[in-house]
Design a protein around this ligand. Structure first.
Ligand SMILES: Nc1nc2c(ncn2[C@@H]2O[C@H](COP(=O)(O)OP(=O)(O)OP(=O)(O)O)[C@@H](O)[C@H]2O)c(=O)[nH]1
Length: 436
């Protein structure tokens, strides 16, 4: 049985008065519930709580706290998620008054990063952020370190001397992780090299949390699952090899979702989980077009990508926007959106990852983006070397082929300049002569 949770989104009146970056509170609550379920808590109740004047000692007002405490007791709630950053004092006071473990937004996000960090570096960055956060509060995080340390050290109510020991242990561990991170950074070039050997273009899915990346990832790879081979068995589970229309192969890579108002000390951890994006050939930005804050979410994602040096200027023609969840739009809006995107003037495709609508257009659009600087090449190849022909099918778009009786085949294929050079070098022995 999972742990029962109450999720509260404090709606700050003061913030609304300044009017800056205000998002729909109900949508924010929904996002917080989504994040909560991502760390295996079961939300039994959720609500937006209006806060006229944030209290320094508890954020919420005493009447509200009393009401929530009754709810906690009546519904046997063990964890209360407060979707805002809390000070250590606020957190402690709320825990005392509500008689439940309280998680604030920072801790919630840390847990998610902890659960989703995929690379060694990503995991170390999350551990570092988590330990730094703990040291500042000397409270345990919800599950992350517990899992890691087998539940020792941080549990229970430590006395004064135990706190001293904990502080020293945390300090030691931070030093150790920093050293490990240095080491990983030094060897990162090696990992990069390994990626470069992946003989297909990498297409990375990015997007705001809950936009539907994983659903789309499964839909795209489900449509053309390829047998696992040795090379790909060593790849991350969040990377899959898929075939595009025209026969070209790509590696599709899913990434951790973006979240607004990321606390500064989590930024490094988040970036480390995004490493593959900086190396992607094509970046596909997945958006929830039916979300009330879809425009603000887009701005968030583009902002972070720009910080990573990824935008239209650094990657001209290599970014694609996917407007997902069109099945949730009213008919007239859906039709208008499809007409706009199908006109083909912008690098935008409208899809539903759930119903499959528009997916063919998406794969065609990716194939087209990858093919922008392709040129038509011709080769006459020795058929006794099947690998050369297979290579052309996997890397390019074979437009014509004719085999003859003498064991050769003439192939016309669209290839990128880099792939054409690679092919000529690798299969020099199989090329009888370049075709006309
Ligand atoms: N109606 C509808 N729901 C969708 C669609 N795509 C995804 N969803 C739903 O949206 C929710 C989030 O989808 P995910 O694929 O987990 O989103 P994500 O972008 O991977 O989320 P993070 O992992 O938090 O970054 C799930 O409940 C999906 O079923 C869609 O095209 N239509």
């Amino acid at each position: 049985m999972g742990t029962r949770a109450l999720v509260v989104h404090p709606r700050l009146k003061t913030e609304e008065e300044t009017g800056e970056g205000v998002r729909d509170p109900e949508a924010r609550l929904e996002e917080a519930v989504g994040l909560t379920s991502a760390i295996d808590l079961i939300t039994v109740h959720s609500e937006v709580v209006a806060v006229a004047r944030p209290r320094p000692g508890s954020l919420l007002g005493s009447g509200q706290i009393e009401r929530l405490a009754q709810l906690v007791e009546a519904m046997e709630i063990e964890v209360v998620v407060v979707d805002r950053p809390l000070t250590p004092v606020q957190q402690r006071n709320l825990e005392k008054a509500l008689k439940a473990k309280v998680l604030d937004r920072t801790q919630l996000i840390l847990e998610i990063f902890g659960a989703r960090a995929r690379t060694h570096e990503g995991r170390l960055q999350v551990d570092l952020a988590s330990l730094t956060f703990q040291r500042s509060r000397l409270v345990r995080s919800w599950t992350h370190l517990e899992r890691q340390r087998g539940g020792t050290g941080f549990m229970g109510g430590p006395g004064e001397s135990q706190l001293e020991i904990d502080r020293r242990l945390i300090g030691d561990r931070i030093t150790k992780i920093r050293r490990e991170l240095e080491e990983v950074k030094r060897t990162r070039e090696l990992h990069r090299g390994a990626r470069k050997r992946v003989p297909y273009p990498i297409v990375a899915l990015v997007g705001y949390t809950n936009a539907g990346k994983s659903t789309l990832f499964n839909r795209l790879s489900g449509a053309s699952v390829m047998a696992e081979d040795l090379l790909f068995a060593t790849l991350d589970p969040t990377m899959r090899r898929i075939g595009l229309p025209g026969g070209r192969t790509i590696i599709l890579s899913d990434t951790v979702g973006f979240i607004s108002e990321l606390p500064t000390h989590l930024v490094a951890a988040f970036r480390a989980t995004l490493e593959e994006v900086t190396e992607a050939d094509v970046v596909v930005h997945v958006r929830d077009i039916a979300h009330p804050d879809t425009a603000a979410q887009k701005a968030d994602v583009l902002g972070v990508l720009a910080d990573l040096g990824i935008d239209e200027t650094t990657r001209p023609g290599r970014m694609l926007e996917v407007l997902n969840k069109i099945d949730r739009l009213p008919d007239d809006q859906r039709i208008a959106l499809k007409q706009r995107t199908e006109a083909g003037n912008e690098p935008v495709v409208a899809v539903s990852a759930v119903t499959g609508e528009g997916i063919d257009r998406l794969t065609a659009a990716i194939a087209q983006l990858l093919g922008v600087d392709d040129r038509l090449c011709g080769f006459v190849l020795d058929l006794s070397d099947g690998a050369a022909v297979a290579w052309l099918y996997a890397h390019g778009d074979v437009v014509e082929r004719s085999d003859d009786a003498e064991g050769t085949t003439a192939v016309k294929v669209r290839l990128s300049a880099a792939d054409a050079a690679r092919f000529e070098k690798r299969f020099a022995g199989a090329i009888r002569r370049p075709a006309d």
